[in-house]
Design a protein around this ligand. Structure first.
Ligand code: C5P
Length: 311
């Protein structure tokens, strides 16, 4: 079975003061983008059924990524296997999975979370565990704030610590230029710096914008509305990222935002050709990887197309 896992960007990300559990209340407009990891699943040779360890053996084309329980693909699916045994006394077949990475790690693009979410959707089919997307999203939320989004998408408002997902209309601009610097931003450190800088305000997450009005705006009208409260702490941690952000904004003469806790940067366009021209210019002039991709492609279409190809 072949599964795709899309990246996300936070078009808009407001962050409140830390809660008692250490997490921060968020209000974010998240959209999928047309940059995908892929996962290939097979039943393991001579595989029997298993009720505990050994649900899944993962290989990955990126040698820097762990392939044990530290990888969300393994962690989430093994945990699901254990849960179905506990709940239904149902043993599941061992699997092999290979992960081909295109979404960079530490980029604020939700790559690991998307891999984990897509893997859970896949094993729900392969093991015939019959859970709804809502149940899977709730289960996955325990493993990271970004995972539930990927069961809903492609354009959703995420609140709580990120796990409360409300789909909304897709944004009118259909194209995004992604800038992918070779900088890994550690999310917990960015939030710690946000706290040190005392940037958390209740007002940040109190009033919801009129999302359906925002969704109708052209790129030029929407860009000035967009905020990412994690830019200041991320730029304070990485001067190189701040400089690149300023350079790219000047270069493309357009508002540029950071996604999540960084390091990826983006700007949006109404027309594909404009996004492609900006990406070519950014690549060439600033020697940084930049690409033009679709904004908010349908996750479920992609997932069901891929899943319908079967094993
Ligand atoms: O949930 P996730 O594993 O993605 O979070 C990584 C880290 O980011 C957390 O350990 C926490 O430090 C920070 N975080 C936060 N508030 C959120 C989401 C993440 O403080 N809403």
């Amino acid at each position: 079975m072949h599964v795709v896992a899309p990246a996300k960007i936070n078009l808009h990300l407001r962050v409140g003061p830390a809660r008692a559990d250490g997490f921060h209340p968020l209000m974010s407009w998240m959209c999928t983008v047309g940059l995908f990891d892929t996962l290939e699943f097979d039943y393991a040779e001579n595989s029997g059924t298993t009720d505990s360890a050994g649900h899944i053996r993962l290989s990955c084309d990126d040698p820097n990524l762990p392939t044990d329980e530290r990888n969300l693909v393994v962690c989430v699916t093994s945990s699901w296997g254990r849960r179905v045994y506990e709940m239904k006394k149902m043993r599941v077949r061992s699997l092999r999975a290979s992960l081909a990475k295109k979404i960079p790690a530490g980029a604020g693009l939700g790559g690991g979370s998307s891999d984990g979410a897509s893997a859970l959707l896949a094993v729900n089919r392969l093991w015939e565990t019959g859970a709804s997307n809502v149940e899977l999203a709730e289960f996955a939320g325990k493993f990271g704030s970004d995972l539930p989004f990927f069961f809903h998408g492609p354009s959703s408002i995420c609140t709580g610590r990120g796990e409360i997902v409300q789909p909304i209309t897709q944004p009118k601009p259909k194209w995004v230029m992604l800038v992918l610097p070779e900088i890994m931003m550690p999310t917990p450190e960015v939030y710690r710096r946000f706290d040190q800088m005392e940037l958390g305000r209740d007002e940040n997450v109190k009033e919801m914008p009129s999302w359906n009005v925002w969704a109708q705006l052209s790129a030029a009208d929407l860009l000035p509305m967009l905020v990412n409260d994690l830019e200041a702490p991320a730029f304070s941690i990485s001067k190189r990222l701040r400089e690149l952000w300023e350079t790219v904004e000047r270069g493309v003469q357009r508002i540029v935002r950071m996604s999540g806790s960084g390091s990826s940067l983006f700007t949006i366009f109404d027309e594909r050709e404009e996004a492609e021209a900006a990406a070519r210019k950014t690549n060439k002039d600033f020697s940084v990887r930049a690409l033009a991709v679709e904004l908010a492609p349908e996750v479920r279409d992609i997932a069901s197309n891929a899943l319908s190809t079967g094993l």
